[in-house]
Design a protein around this ligand. Structure first.
Ligand code: 5GP
Ligand code: ZN
Length: 102
């Protein structure tokens, strides 16, 4: 999707180190971390938010990725967060799951 920062990162138009990648999603460190480890898990398909998501198999893949990322990053205790909609604090309108660990 044009003008979407996460699509631009996926397409390497904006350089960003991928912490994790598979066929369905990729993960990057948040540019403005709100915990010692703050990772964003992002589906490769542009979906605006959880409210627009109808493929629950994809949502499952995201959570499977979170488990793999946490093993890789040595994270055992963590919070997950999905902001849905501007009023709820969603700034980037491309679905993503925050992993927050201190
Ligand atoms: P939201 O508020 O939409 O749930 O979260 C968006 C997150 O994306 C924020 O925590 C923000 O710091 C992060 N973010 C915004 N732009 C970029 C960027 O260009 N690179 C990275 N790595 N994170 C970003
Ligand atoms: Zn996008």
């Amino acid at each position: 999707m044009e003008n979407c920062i996460f699509c631009k990162i996926l397409n390497k138009e904006i350089p960003s180190k991928f912490v994790y990648e598979d066929d369905y999603c990729f993960a990057i460190n948040d540019i403005n971390p709100k915990a010692k480890k703050h990772i964003l898990v992002i589906p490769k398909k542009h979906i605006e938010s959880l409210a627009q998501a109808d493929d629950m198999e994809l949502i499952k893949k995201l959570f499977e990725a979170i488990k793999k990322i946490n093993i890789q990053e040595n994270i055992s205790d963590f919070k997950t967060l999905i902001n849905t909609g501007k009023q709820a604090g969603q700034e980037v309108m491309h679905l993503h799951i925050h992993i927050l660990a201190d």
